[in-house]
Design a protein around this ligand. Structure first.
Ligand code: NAG
Ligand code: NAG
Ligand code: NAG
Ligand code: NAG
Ligand code: NAG
Length: 464
């Protein structure tokens, strides 16, 4: 839901900072504080009107995020960022600029005030850090926001790296299991998007990205949220519980579980690190009770980031790093994963980059990938998108080992490589790996799209 407007909004904030004068070693902060006119909002709104006249669809009454995004043309985008640069040149402080961004966001009806100010204050630090390091101009930023039609040729993801893959692909032989071979079942659960605040009776039409929750008004006969849920809202507790009770009864159908991420609700303007870990505690408890000790193999969805999509690679250290998430989830997921002899390694690779390998049974391994390292909304990757945390290199090593040992492998992750939200260079490296290890990888399980679908990897040399 948040997909369309978020990048737009963020890039607006980003540009506020990237246009800062950059003197040797100094942060933009040292130029701040000189411009203290009281009329900042008026100044900005006048300039904004000029930009708006370029894009009738923005100033129309529609507040739908998608109509906004499609109406946000190249010219308007650049004009907008010119205004922003001027603000910066006037020496606005970071916090002032953030405040003005909230104004812009609200005035443009990108979202309402609560959502705008929540999102901007959550993203401020990430965006600042990234753009101080990267230094995009308005051409580059508009390429990211609007697409290739704006500033063709800019490559935000440095799409040139490749992971070395050893040759000697074994000949592919197809064989079906003998009739009567033992059969097992695997449960795949994904994108729960559980909303603890869901309240039946509240309106499903609240004008925010997520409704059916306080402080939304009561709905009427056609807008009231139902007891079990609503297509415009996330999942209430009773529905999650009912699902788990059902799965418990069906327990004989599966022996282990793949849980491919996105546990929280889409209320991305209110997330906190502690809130996310609390929810992880609750859902991990619920699943381990419901699945009666059957192992669950989890992976990270883009909504496990705080803020959403934020997964700093290991080159970000300190409080901005993902250490809080990795250590918090390793502790919680230990309820399943520490039963395996390779737990010390699992614990270590989760803490390094959110990925791990585990041998589920004789000749079958599960590799859980941190696909947020290909997420095009993960702005940390603008600093360096080259095989973050060395994950794909690690994947190649694991597959090589499995090939030598005659093991088969299932891969799980959240964002399927090849989707638009997965950085194309990461996707194509992944594709080459899958191709090379065609006889070792026997299953791949992803989530993210909220659709039941199948993706096909063609052999590059023989597409028949
Ligand atoms: C319900 O409320 C919405 C506004 O929230 C209104 O447009 C609609 O006409 C109302 N429907 C009924 C059946 O009262
Ligand atoms: C977790 O469970 C506790 C106790 O049942 C509850 O009070 C809390 O609201 C839950 N938190 C979330 C995020 O579901
Ligand atoms: C670390 O970051 C979190 C979230 O941004 C913040 O709540 C916390 O106060 C920070 N801690 C320190 C020591 O800076
Ligand atoms: C996991 O690794 C961390 C960091 O090395 C360590 O502090 C922790 O004790 C380990 N957890 C377990 C359960 O082994
Ligand atoms: C980006 O990361 C890769 C892999 O860690 C590293 O080899 C490369 O030097 C980095 N590039 C820059 C510009 O820092």
């Amino acid at each position: 839901m948040a997909k369309v407007w978020l990048p737009l909004l963020l890039t607006a904030v980003l540009l506020l900072f990237s246009s800062a004068p950059r003197s040797a070693g100094g942060s933009p902060l040292h130029v701040a504080g000189r411009w203290s006119q009281p009329n900042t909002a008026t100044f900005f709104k006048d300039r904004l009107k000029n930009s708006l006249s370029l894009t009738p669809s923005i100033s129309s009454s529609s507040s739908s995020p998608s109509s906004l995004a499609s109406g946000f043309t190249c010219d308007a985008c650049k004009a907008f960022f010119e205004v922003v640069r001027e603000l910066y040149d006037h020496g606005f402080m970071r916090d002032e600029i953030a405040k003005i961004s909230v104004d812009v966001c609200t005035t443009l009806k990108i979202e309402d005030h609560t959502v705008c100010s929540g999102v901007i204050s959550l993203f401020k630090d990430e965006v600042l850090t990234v753009f101080e390091k990267v230094g995009l101009g308005s051409d580059e930023a508009c390429n990211i926001v609007v697409g290739d039609s704006c500033s063709k040729g800019y490559d935000p993801w440095h799409q040139k790296w490749s992971v070395p893959i050893p040759g000697d692909k074994p000949p592919v032989t197809h064989h079906s299991p003998e009739p009567g071979s033992p059969v097992t079942g695997v449960l795949h659960i994904t994108d729960i998007h559980y909303d603890p605040l869901y309240t039946p009776g509240l309106t499903r039409d609240c004008g925010e990205p997520l409704c059916c929750r306080p402080p939304n008004a009561q709905g009427n006969s056609s807008t009231a949220a139902g007891y079990w849920g609503d297509y415009k809202c996330d999942v209430p507790y009773q529905t999650l519980l009912n699902l788990m009770e059902h799965l418990q009864k069906q327990g004989s159908m599966y022996e282990w579980v793949y849980w491919t991420g996105d546990m929280p609700a889409h209320s991305v303007w209110t997330t906190t690190r502690q809130g996310l870990l609390d929810m992880m505690t609750n859902i991990t408890d619920l699943m381990s009770t419901s699945f009666g000790g059957k192992p669950v193999f989890p992976t990270y969805g883009n909504h496990e980031g705080v803020p959403v999509n934020s997964f700093p690679p290991p080159y970000i250290t300190g409080n901005m790093s993902a250490e809080w998430l990795y250590s918090g989830s390793a502790e919680r997921w230990a309820v399943w994963l520490d039963k395996f002899p390779e737990w010390p390694t699992i614990n270590a690779t989760i803490r390094k980059g959110g990925y791990y390998v585990v041998k589920v049974r004789e000749h079958l391994k599960v590799i859980s990938l941190q696909t947020n390292f290909c997420n095009t909304d993960n702005y940390w990757l603008l600093i360096n998108s080259t095989d973050p945390a060395g994950q794909l290199q690690w994947l190649v090593e694991q597959l090589l080992q499995a090939e030598r040992d005659g093991d088969k492998v299932h891969i799980i992750g959240h964002i399927a490589p090849g989707l638009h939200s997965c950085n194309p260079v990461w996707s194509s490296n992944y594709h080459l790996i899958v191709n090379r290890f065609e006889s070792t990888i026997v299953g791949q399980f992803f989530g993210h799209t909220h659709h039941d679908s199948v993706e096909i990897h063609y052999d590059d040399k023989n597409v028949s």
